[in-house]
Ligand binder design. Structure first.
Ligand code: OAD
Ligand code: ZN
Length: 248
């Protein structure tokens, strides 16, 4: 039995611009824990103590210990079939863009060429004082890394209460506006302003397809929802698309 109904197959196969809006769920099958839901890290840890600039100034040691742990998880993980399938879409569609809330770099490592990172990237760091970037590996060995200027170095990720990188957000909004098909993959869609991108796509007439384990805040705007693991559903969708293209 096929997964895609006629309308969905037609919408995807005739799309020129395909956008994937992704969240922590797309990396769950790579072994990176999500924030919310049953196994979510915000069930155990408090974001206001770890993902917040004041918390960093008050206790940079603790925040760095946590980021050291997260950097290690990310370094030891590999893109999974969801990331790979998203990258494979580039083989069939002239324009494929990824808008991600993830900071793990796995979309790029899977081969996606155009990736807008709304919440930064854990592999980069910068000085809070002079804003110098440190893109090479930062060694944290129980001593908070410091810049040449003496300022504290922090990971280049967006914390609660901080602005999103404006250029990435603008380009993401533009991509959403121009998309024909807009996939929402593995996000609870509760964190703003990132989640507002979904409504930009909707208002501009994109066909919205959601892939998640369960219903989310975005389900009511989705034209089509698939409930299951992204690493299983996306390859199935892609296989049906290929079968369709190859029998034309
Ligand atoms: P969440 O942890 O809020 O949501 C993860 C979503 O992925 C949930 O809806 C799960 O049901 C779904 N999910 C889990 N495993 C899945 C799988 N294998 N396949 C498909 N779906 C799956 O993560 P985000 O929505 O990304 O912000 O969270 C948004 C932001 O909140 C994050 O970027 C982070 C966090 O605080 C910052 O760090 C600024
Ligand atoms: Zn500095």
């Amino acid at each position: 039995m096929s997964l895609l109904d006629d309308k969905t197959l037609k919408k995807i196969s005739s799309a020129k611009s395909v956008v994937f809006f992704t969240g922590a769920g797309v990396s769950a099958e790579s072994g990176i824990p999500t924030f919310r839901g049953k196994e979510g890290i915000w069930n155990k840890l408090k974001p206001e103590e770890l993902a917040n600039f004041d918390a960093f100034l008050n206790n940079p040691q603790m925040v760095w210990e946590w980021y050291k742990h997260r950097k290690e998880i990310v370094h030891n993980s590999q893109p999974n079939p969801a990331h790979k399938t998203i990258s494979d879409f580039q083989l069939f569609f002239p324009e494929v863009k990824v808008i991600t809330q993830n900071i793990d770099n796995l979309h790029r490592r899977a081969g996606s060429k155009i990736v807008f990172e709304l919440h930064g990237n854990i592999e980069r760091n910068y000085c809070v004082k002079c804003k110098t970037f440190y893109n090479d590996e930062i060694i944290f060995n129980y001593e908070v890394p410091k810049c040449k200027c003496g300022g504290l170095i922090r990971p280049d990720v967006v914390w609660f209460g901080e602005y999103l990188p404006q250029d990435e957000f603008d380009r993401a909004e533009e991509a959403a506006k121009n998309s024909d098909v807009f996939f929402i993959v593995g996000t609870s869609a509760v964190v703003y302003p990132a989640a507002s991108i979904i409504f930009v796509a909707k208002e501009n007439g994109a066909y919205i397809i959601e892939i998640n384990l369960e219903r989310t805040e975005a389900s009511s705007v989705a034209d089509k929802s698939f409930f299951g693991e992204a690493g299983k559903i996306l390859p199935l969708i892609f296989q049906e698309l290929k079968d369709h293209f190859f029998t034309l």
